[in-house]
Design a protein around this ligand. Sequence first.
Ligand code: ATP
Ligand code: MN
Length: 478
Amino acid sequence: MGPLQIKELLQQTPDGQSVTLKGWVRTKRESKNAIFIALNDGSTIHNIQAVAAPGQFSAELLLTVTTGSCLKITGQLVASQGSGQAVEVKIDDIFVYGTADVDSYPLQPKRHSLEFLREIAHLRPRTNTFSAILRIRHALAFAVHKYYNDRGFFYLHTPIITASDAEGAGEMFRVTTLDLEKLPRTDEGAINFKEDFFGREANLTVSGQLEGELGAMALSKIYTFGPTFRAENSNTTRHLAEFWMIEPEMAFFELEDNMDLAEDFIKTVITYALENCKDDLAFLENRLAEEDKNKPQNERSIPLLEKLNFVVENAFERLTYTEAIDILLKSKPHKEKKFQYPVGWGIDLSSEHERYLVEKHFKKPVILTNYPREIKSFYMKLDDDGKTVRAMDVLFPGIGEIIGGSQREDNYEKLLERVHEVGIDPETIWWYLETRKFGTAPHSGFGLGFERLVLFVTGMGNIRDVIPFPRYPKSAEF
Ligand code: ATP
Ligand code: MN
């Protein structure tokens, strides 16, 4: 259906067959003997070259064929005269769908900074870099669904609007239909949310986990893959206000099974990208290498494909939080007081500590387990010592935390105790607690931030560049 894409045309054997091309002009070059138009329709990183003879078209028409204009070209597919491509199109006819004025179209063929491209997010998918990222993002999303479908997991749609703020994963965005100019008040003067749309306070979800657990306690293995929202004012290269999270939850999985799944999952989807996004990855690898040329030797990164293959081929290092603290206490930066934040049992590891473990000490992905209960969420299963919980964080080079997960507390009394301890009103999550009353079972799960995965696979440096239209503090254009 529809016209053949440029990706398909580039694979055809050329024998003068007539073809129709539809796409956007990347460049137009005129020489004495010919006019060359490089056309791209986003189906592949590669352009198709269309060639016309001088004088074949009026100067008036050719003036409208500029970078960014959209064309329909009919012609014949022939073996290419030049090097660099196998086929090209000998043009019979050009129809201009839409022009792109040279003086105002911002994507002229030259290098643009990523910061500038962020300001024109409506057009940046037309660049090589962003079209490659978006195709890889698609392939990874498809691989995620395939991974879980192939293994008997069910895709569970958890709500986007929630009334519980129990997860405590971050600041939430309020959802309301109340008139902000005329807020209804209770007798005590507080805002009367009984008059709000849902008759109570509501927010955008920060995680589908709690509802995901409900699904796992019926379907055994589920996963979610949906948008999550955090109003955290963190202007970092790793945080978005709106991001996509993949959250598998599995009945009858203990912490070990959870770690095995997390590791196998990441490796499998990266392998899928390596096998299905070769041209786009090669393009991004070159892009990085070009960028690195301006950096001193010791700051250059390992080539993208080498990095991805390394992760796929090597076992992740697994150790406990307590063991990690010991390594940090014995480390050079600690002894030389180079860490900004102090190290000691009980601290919430900061990113400099995580990066030391992953990038300097082990030089590979790390899974840290059994964190102190005080620094982790209420739903994580208590270890027998009562001091630590069965948590696991997967830490990646250059990214830091890519996965956070745990075995869940399945004992009703212990869970209730933790709920009280952290100050959650049990009434607000009565339904969550009931799963521990009715047919409870050991179960586990984790959350993978999809954009952090895309960040790693594309080798990009800023999470704002791996989602089509990023949301972050003071930015919700497009
Ligand atoms: P961090 O410490 O990096 O803020 P977190 O502990 O808040 O992460 P979780 O609540 O465990 O993260 O969420 C699960 C996963 O979601 C994380 O491992 C990460 O991959 C991703 N994630 C968390 N916050 C964000 C964000 N603001 N933007 C993009 N991805 C995020
Ligand atoms: Mn966070």
